[in-house]
Ligand binder design. Structure first.
Ligand SMILES: [Zn+2]
Length: 227
């Protein structure tokens, strides 16, 4: 009998993300892991009742021009937001060998699809553009001035290039400043582990969590929201 599912695999499943076939088949045959997964899901469902999550998720919200895609996205986003409180401080970040990455990964926010910005007005349309430096997938997270980490972009395959647009168009909504972290690796990226790693970095002593260094394998940019 194979080993029980790792906490990472359980987090991934509870967030509704794909896992390796071996993990799926283990789950199908293991009552104990199914119980652990159900407990994790219940924990997250309870967290989602906290009004705080609902307020935070409006800070940068996917543009509603493509309503068909929103229902597919939104539950995962909310589930992963809830995952933050569940996994904080309890996970290590699996990493192939972050020290041998070639080149420099980059992330930028583009206004109207072309101009890199670090300030934007409420109502501006922004897209994420990244340079993967040879890595094949990216995921992005926002960090606010309290250190709250939210998923902005799920694990997404990327093309080669220095400034490749990924994901949807976001509309800037009222709020303070945000740091945006893009993390690179193989698809699918371990979202729950990346989230807790970014949180760990954001909580290191700095002026504010917005000044946090990006973890290895991640790049960072900032956005000041102007009225
Ligand atoms: Zn098991």
């Amino acid at each position: 009998m194979a080993e029980h599912l790792s906490p990472l695999a359980l987090d991934t499943l509870a967030a509704g993300l794909p896992v390796e076939p071996a993990a799926s088949s283990h789950l199908a045959g293991c009552a104990e892991c199914r119980v652990r997964l159900e407990a994790l899901k219940a924990e997250r469902a309870a967290l989602l009742q906290a009004p705080r999550f609902k307020a935070l998720l409006t800070q940068l919200e996917p543009k509603t021009a493509a309503p068909r895609t929103l229902p597919r996205w939104a539950p995962v986003l909310i589930a992963l937001a809830a995952a933050l409180l569940v996994v904080v401080g309890t996970r290590f970040l699996p990493r192939d060998d972050g020290t041998t990455l070639k080149g420099q990964q980059t992330v930028e926010l583009l206004k109207d699809g072309q101009t890199p910005v670090t300030q934007a007005h409420v109502g501006d349309k922004l897209t994420i553009a990244v340079g993967g430096a040879g890595q094949r997938a990216v995921a992005a997270f926002t960090v606010d001035d309290r250190g709250e980490v939210l998923e902005l972009l799920p694990s997404t395959p990327i093309a080669a290039g220095a400034q490749v647009p990924v994901g949807k168009v976001f509309e800037v909504t009222p709020g303070g400043a945000l740091a945006v972290f893009a993390c690179f690796g193989d698809h699918p990226l371990p979202m729950a582990s990346l989230r807790s790693e970014i949180f760990r970095y954001a909580m290191r002593p700095k002026k504010t969590p917005l000044d946090a260094e990006p973890p290895p394998g991640c790049a960072k940019t900032r956005l000041e929201v102007l009225p």
